[in-house]
Design a protein around this ligand. Structure first.
Ligand SMILES: Cc1ncc(COP(=O)(O)O)c(C=O)c1O
Length: 364
């Protein structure tokens, strides 16, 4: 038996996504930049996908650009904001994904921009007063606020509308990494002002190697990847037509089945937590905000180092060596508990929850 509870790392393709991709593999081989029939068919696939993404985000199609992944989308937003929008100060947090943190660190090294980190409390909750204070201090500067919508390790969610309003009030650009929430939460970009937002298909049952960047119409940047005139001159490189078709089917399915998927996945997470608390006699803690408030897909469990419970893992490992999580370290460097992240999808079942709980019980 294999049980896959690592859906925050990536999700399996659903059959309908695979089917849509296979149909394109079989029939659509043109280059979308060619003007003959084969090329136009590839173009149609791409534009349908763009239309679908725009529909689900409630934005215009001209604001959606396909990329190779969430990492590229975040790199593009942050690096182009500094290069093209003349941003001189970035406000972010230590809990961001490495593709955001390292993009910013590289810019800081090379261009000398100022970087500030919003304070976080013991649960990893951002201090919005600290953000307000930092925004106030930088009134005469061009500022980019880069804060993730949901944290991939502990599942904390950002108050997106609040941060958007704060940025607007102070004239700051707002970039948000929504890689963990696209396809899992509803978006309406006519209601909340965001300058850059990023998504990655493999986090919502689409293929790996394709993502998108939403760039607000009011914002003008130049390409991050120079080349041909693809993506309306914004991102050179022959488009990943098969991947873009997979992204279309995946985002469409995610929102068509939204209520069902969300209810089922939340129920798995809550049941898992309840059972885990029971079998450990309450010895296990949960990182981040309360179970109800956090991402319904992610459960970050913290096992005490005592009480005879020995587990490990929970953060990225390189060549078998456990390295500490930068997220948990930023929250509390003295925390010695062992964290294991369980993350769920609508493809998981309650039987799998019971199976894993039983397996954990044998280790206690
Ligand atoms: C919050 C967050 N941002 C960015 C990424 C990077 O996305 P991708 O794997 O598509 O490059 C991930 C996933 O790895 C993520 O969880």
């Amino acid at each position: 038996v294999r049980v896959y509870f690592d859906n925050a790392a990536t999700t399996p393709l659903t059959p309908s996504v695979k089917q849509a991709m296979v149909a394109v593999m079989d029939d659509v081989y043109g280059n979308a930049s060619s003007i003959h029939n084969e090329g136009r068919r590839a173009r149609t696939v791409i534009e349908n996908s763009r239309k679908t993404v725009a529909k689900h985000l409630n934005c215009s199609i001209g604001e959606v650009f396909f990329t190779s992944c969430g990492t590229e989308s975040n790199n593009t937003a942050i690096k182009c904001a500094v290069r093209d929008l003349k941003v001189t100060r970035i406000i972010t947090s230590k809990l961001e994904h490495h593709c955001v943190l390292y993009s910013i660190a590289r810019l800081q090294e090379r261009t000398g921009i100022k970087v500030d980190y919003v304070e976080v409390d013991a649960q990893g909750i951002l201090d919005y007063n600290s953000l307000e204070e930092l925004l106030k201090q930088s009134e005469n500067e061009k500022v980019l606020v880069s804060l993730m919508h949901a944290n991939n390790e502990i599942g904390n969610l950002l108050k997106l509308s609040l941060v958007s309003e704060m940025c607007q009030k102070r004239g700051a650009y707002f970039h948000t990494d929504t890689v963990q929430t696209i396809g899992h939460y509803l978006f309406d970009l006519t209601k909340v002002h965001i300058d850059f937002l990023s998504g990655s298909a493999h986090k919502f049952h689409g293929p790996k190697g394709v993502g998108f960047l939403y760039i607000n119409n009011d914002v003008q940047i130049h390409p991050f990847i120079d080349g041909g005139s693809q993506e309306r001159n914004m991102r050179g490189g022959t488009e990943n037509v098969i991947g873009i078709e997979g992204l279309r089917q995946a985002i469409d399915d995610a929102y068509i089945e939204y209520d069902m998927r969300r209810a089922h996945t939340s129920a798995l997470k809550m049941a898992f937590a309840e059972k885990l608390t029971t079998i450990t006699n309450g010895a296990v803690d949960y990182n981040g905000v309360s179970l109800e408030e956090g991402l319904y897909t992610v459960l970050s469990t913290a096992f005490p180092n005592t009480k005879g419970i020995s587990v490990s893992g929970g953060s990225a490992c390189s060549s078998g060596v456990e390295s500490a999580s930068h997220v948990l370290e930023a929250i509390d460097p003295s925390d010695l508990r062992k964290t294991v992240r369980f993350s769920f999808s609508h493809l998981n079942t309650m039987d799998e929850v019971d199976y894993v709980i039983n397996q954990i019980e044998t280790l206690l």
